[in-house]
Ligand binder design. Structure first.
Ligand SMILES: Cc1cc2nc3c(=O)[nH]c(=O)nc-3n(C[C@H](O)[C@H](O)[C@H](O)COP(=O)(O)O)c2cc1C
Ligand code: SF4
Ligand code: SF4
Length: 296
């Protein structure tokens, strides 16, 4: 992991930008003629965000890591690479893909998706998330079957729902009373009986993201950002993804966590499919207007 070691005074031009950029305030100005800017990290509070490396115009920040810093190769500002309009096209062209070709995802493309996830921001730059990537068909089938057990139980209990109402959480109560619940359960379970994979849509790859909840109550937020990075990268590689919320619940079972190599103390915060789409979208649907309250 990144370790900031200090300043290369041969290169440093004493511009002081690192002093402004460091969120942990580990760079400061001094009266020393030879070392006008110093770096001190006595309590190891550096969050390893690397902003000092990013801003230094002289590449004077000394650090240790397996990888070098990534120079922007002549493009310093995002609008030089992609305009807002093009970015909006990319964002609006992404769809949750539920129809996949019966072909595996190339390893090099999978690796590129994972690399894009790697550079997602996380709370306090913790980067605590980890993944299990499942490409074994039998294992995906197993997870799919396990994930539908809840739906089957819900279907069984539905006739008794009015007895259970006082004991249900407000959210579940609302769903239990909603007449559409039965229609949806019948539709989904009917499709499953016909042999359809109603959870992963026969995707050739499933990615499970987990993190340690006690290190940050931001773990679910981190997961959302990391997965979004992966989804957008997949799209840029001609691949499709779908976040599979219904496969997340089953990871409350220790047996399932263990089976899918989720380490002790880790919880699953996201499950997505990855595959080659066997469907083409012609246009983006409208979305709800932004509901915003301004306080000027
Ligand atoms: C947190 C989350 C959980 C989701 N869970 C499921 C799921 O279990 N099954 C599914 O088919 N789609 C799931 N989706 C996909 C949404 O239904 C989809 O994003 C939404 O309908 C909008 O469609 P779009 O992604 O194509 O724009 C999930 C999406 C998110 C963000
Ligand atoms: S990595 Fe971030 S927190 Fe650490 S010294 Fe650099 S700017 Fe400061
Ligand atoms: S940003 Fe780089 S050049 Fe500027 S003061 Fe810091 S180390 Fe020196």
């Amino acid at each position: 992991m990144l370790l900031i070691q200090g300043i290369d005074y041969v290169k440093c031009s004493e511009c002081g930008i690192c002093v402004v950029a460091c969120t942990a305030q580990l760079f400061s100005e001094t009266d020393d003629k030879d070392k006008k800017i110093i770096f001190m990290n006595p309590h190891e509070v550096c969050v390893k965000c690397g902003h000092c490396i990013s801003v230094c115009p002289e590449e004077a920040i000394l650090f240790e890591d397996d990888d070098p810093a990534f120079n922007f190769e002549g493009t310093k500002k995002l609008p030089d690479i992609v305009s807002y309009e093009d970015l909006m096209k990319i964002l609006r062209m992404r769809r949750s893909i539920r129809v996949y070709k019966d072909k595996p995802v190339l390893e090099k493309k999978l690796e590129k998706v994972l690399q894009a996830m790697r550079y997602a921001p996380t709370a306090s730059n913790r980067q605590n998330w980890r993944l299990t990537v499942v490409t074994n068909k039998k294992e995906i089938e197993y997870l799919s079957k396990e994930s539908t057990k809840d739906l089957k139980l819900a279907k069984k209990l539905l006739p008794l729902r009015y007895l259970a109402l006082p004991f249900l959480s407000p959210g579940l109560r609302k769903r239990a009373k909603d007449p559409r619940t039965e229609v949806i359960l019948d539709r989904e379970l009917g499709a499953e009986e016909k042999g359809q994979d109603i959870v992963f849509f026969n995707a050739p790859c499933v990615i499970i993201l987990y993190s340690r909840p006690y290190t940050s109550n931001m773990a679910p937020n981190d997961a959302g950002v990391v997965i979004t990075h992966g989804m957008l990268a997949a799209q840029a590689l001609g691949l499709g993804t779908c976040w599979i919320g219904i496969a997340q619940r089953v990871f409350q079972k220790r047996k399932i966590r263990k089976h899918f190599k989720v380490p002790k103390g880790y919880l699953v915060y996201g499950v997505i499919t990855l595959g080659i789409p066997d469907i083409e979208y012609q246009r983006a649907p409208p979305r709800r207007a932004v509901r915003v309250q301004r306080m000027k």
